[in-house]
Design a protein around this ligand. Structure first.
Ligand SMILES: *[C@@H]1O[C@H](CO)[C@@H](O)[C@H](O)[C@H]1NC(C)=O
Ligand SMILES: *[C@@H]1O[C@H](CO)[C@@H](O)[C@H](O)[C@H]1NC(C)=O
Ligand SMILES: *[C@@H]1O[C@H](CO)[C@@H](O)[C@H](O)[C@H]1NC(C)=O
Ligand SMILES: *[C@@H]1O[C@H](CO)[C@@H](O)[C@H](O)[C@H]1NC(C)=O
Ligand SMILES: *[C@@H]1O[C@H](CO)[C@@H](O)[C@H](O)[C@H]1NC(C)=O
Ligand SMILES: *[C@@H]1O[C@H](CO)[C@@H](O)[C@H](O)[C@H]1NC(C)=O
Ligand SMILES: *[C@@H]1O[C@H](CO)[C@@H](O)[C@H](O)[C@H]1NC(C)=O
Ligand SMILES: *[C@@H]1O[C@H](CO)[C@@H](O)[C@H](O)[C@H]1NC(C)=O
Ligand SMILES: *[C@@H]1O[C@H](CO)[C@@H](O)[C@H](O)[C@H]1NC(C)=O
Length: 546
């Protein structure tokens, strides 16, 4: 089954551009790597206008951002008038955009940019302007005529209707847009905010049941290229100082729950890069950038571009880190370990290199030593690791020592290891508890406990689908009639083979049952539809049945 999973993956990856087929993982050529550019929202909210966009375009061309790959300028909410024209079309606010949007489209395109627009799937936008409900074809045709090739479709003011529950209504409305965009003469990138409306509020405080959030995540890859999966990053000026870094960490926290959905052509979107905000330290801004790049997330800056400092521009245009973001595999780095202070992440890169990203979440400068086995590498081998901030390469063996100030991130590219195995945390994405080898009723038991970055919480997954803890690498998770336990690894043992699905389910090949977080114990049960206790995050690089 694992081999079949790999074949399925290869099939999806093999699809090339089909003219007239748009907006979905069915056509990864529409957006082979995550988008980069500018959006006004987080920095200016409704205070957008023509001058802001012409000034931004000119500045990005002059200061190297365009050359570095930031080639999209996207409008957000509040660009339109409060009512549609008699013929049904949206009307641009001509006080804000005196020359009209087709003129602005020509302006930005003549300078090398692409142009994106905002609309809402309900009957009003979040700002109270006319939404697209019932006008999908009209709006799509008008957007195309006006010169847009990117649509961010928000999800305010959507309500249950005609026997459809809320999740089904979003699916209906976004599905309608998918059909309309698939029909358009040129592909339009489709950024979907639907999942954000099911993600549960700040710090998951209002999240009692993730089922609908996961269900929405199950269909967005079929409808478009991007999932705005959680809330907006804290907008400029409206929050207290500490809330800006917390907001970045909140969106980071949602992102790590969804790695399984990302593939070339479809990206999880944890929202904008906020680069000129006085309430963040330079280390925090650089961390934000390095983490988003490690995720192969969209790099869409919301800032007043002409005033970016040379230090801000230097990190935003770091070629080595942009290359991580734009890596053709488009893998989202996954957590190796998490202990409250240190987050360690890793992923594979297209040329065979391995990424190592380490974040100090603590409030003080600190030192950590990362065992290379935790990153899926072998002990004893010598590796060349390039520090992507300094460009310096050093030899490492067995472990790497990292010293970081508070809220700073180290990012290394480890050259061409001869051997890599998917390794990292296995955690329940609802409870955030880590799968742990032992110790409830002995060393062979499996439990779900708080993540502490110990070796019995770091797991490697073999090509045969066998799962072993770093603390006891010769033991494998085995399913039996009573549940799960660790037993001696045996490649011929079907009860030790596991298959990971995009739904987050981890199924036993032999029993076809689903792995479960029954804290404190791990267990098995009949597979349900996106049940909280059956949805897991696994290390990147593991085969995923989609
Ligand atoms: C355009 O928007 C920017 C950012 O909000 C603002 O600073 C500027 O004054 C506005 N310009 C005009 C002409 O309205
Ligand atoms: C256009 O925007 C301006 C500035 O925000 C606002 O005062 C005006 O009411 C808007 N016009 C329309 C027709 O919505
Ligand atoms: C409505 O009129 C405007 C202005 O003439 C035009 O650009 C637009 O295409 C029309 N919309 C429809 C749906 O015909
Ligand atoms: C918006 O939709 C809701 C139900 O979905 C409906 O009750 C309401 O009247 C609509 N508002 C407008 C302005 O169409
Ligand atoms: C797609 O285009 C065809 C032919 O122009 C049209 O008949 C059909 O209604 C369109 N479908 C959608 C969903 O726009
Ligand atoms: C929590 O969710 C419920 C139901 O969706 C909603 O009515 C309520 O306003 C939310 N509370 C907060 C604090 O977000
Ligand atoms: C979560 O919601 C689903 C329906 O969407 C329901 O089947 C399930 O029982 C709920 N789970 C919990 C723990 O409430
Ligand atoms: C900022 O802090 C003040 C004082 O603690 C508090 O009253 C206010 O609600 C906070 N603002 C936000 C946006 O949380
Ligand atoms: C850092 O400080 C903040 C605010 O003082 C506190 O809430 C947080 O728990 C601290 N973080 C750690 C990892 O100690």
């Amino acid at each position: 089954m694992v081999k079949i999973a790999k074949m399925l993956f290869a099939l999806v990856m093999g699809v090339s551009s089909v003219p007239g087929v748009s907006a979905s993982i069915g056509n990864p050529a529409i957006l082979p790597t995550p988008p980069m550019g500018f959006n006004n929202w987080a920095r200016f909210m409704c205070n957008l206008n023509e001058t802001l966009f012409t000034t931004t375009a000119d500045a990005m061309k002059a200061n190297g951002l365009l050359a570095a790959g930031y080639n999209r300028l996207n409008l957000d909410d509040c660009w339109m008038q409060y009512s549609r024209a008699a013929n049904g079309s949206l009307q641009t606010n001509t006080t804000l955009f005196p020359h009209g949007l087709p003129w602005l489209a020509d302006y930005v395109k003549s300078r090398g940019f692409k142009f994106g627009v905002y609309q809402d799937s309900g009957n009003l936008t979040c700002g109270g302007y006319p939404g697209s409900k019932g006008y999908e074809e009209t709006d799509a045709r008008d957007f195309e005529k006006m010169g847009f090739d990117y649509l961010k479709l928000d999800g305010c003011n959507v309500a249950e209707e005609q026997g459809r529950n809320l999740e089904q209504e979003y699916k209906y409305l976004y599905g309608k847009w998918h059909d309309v965009l698939t029909n358009s003469s040129s592909p339009m990138i489709f950024s979907q905010s639907a999942p954000a409306y099911f993600s549960g509020g700040p710090d998951f405080s209002n999240q009692t049941n993730n089922s609908d959030w996961y269900r929405v995540m199950d269909w967005v890859p079929k409808y478009g290229e991007l999932a705005r999966h959680s809330q907006d990053v804290a907008v400029y000026g409206l929050y207290n100082v500490s809330q800006y870094w917390e907001s970045i960490m909140t969106n980071y926290g949602y992102e790590v729950l969804l790695a399984r959905y990302q593939e070339p052509g479809f990206y999880n979107d944890p929202d904008f890069i906020i680069s000129d905000w006085p309430w963040l330290t330079l280390d925090e801004k650089k961390s934000h950038f390095a983490l988003w790049a490690s995720f192969s997330a969209p790099l869409i800056i919301s800032a007043y571009i002409p005033d970016l400092t040379s230090k801000e521009l230097a990190y935003l245009t770091n070629k080595d880190i942009i290359a991580i973001d734009q890596d053709p595999l488009a893998l989202q780095a996954t957590l190796v370990s998490q202990d409250g202070t240190w987050d360690v992440l890793t992923k594979n890169l297209a040329n065979g290199d391995r990424l190592l990203t380490v974040l100090n979440r603590g409030n003080h400068s600190a030192v950590t030593n990362v065992d290379l086995r935790r990153v899926g590498l072998r002990q004893g081998d010598t590796y060349q690791a390039k520090d992507l901030w300094t460009g310096n390469t050093k030899s490492i063996k067995n472990s790497i020592n990292i010293k970081l100030p508070s809220h700073a991130t180290a990012i290394y590219r480890v050259a061409e290891p001869s051997w890599i195995i998917p390794t990292g945390m296995i955690f329940n994405t609802a409870s955030k508890r880590c799968l742990t080898a032992g110790p409830a009723s002995g060393k062979t038991s499996l439990t779900f406990t708080n993540c502490k970055a110990t070796d019995n919480q770091v797991w490697s997954i073999s090509p045969e689908g066998q799962i072993s803890p770093l603390s006891a690498p010769k033991t494998c998770i085995m399913a039996d009639s009573g549940g799960v336990l660790l037993s001696s690894c045996d490649v011929d043992e079907e009860t030790q083979e596991w298959i990971y699905y995009r739904t987050g389910n981890l199924k036993s090949t032999s029993t076809e049952q689903c792995f479960m977080d029954l804290a404190p114990m791990a267990g098995m049960g009949t597979c349900g539809d996106e049940m909280d206790m059956q949805v897991f995050g696994l290390p990147s690089g593991v085969a995923i049945v989609r």
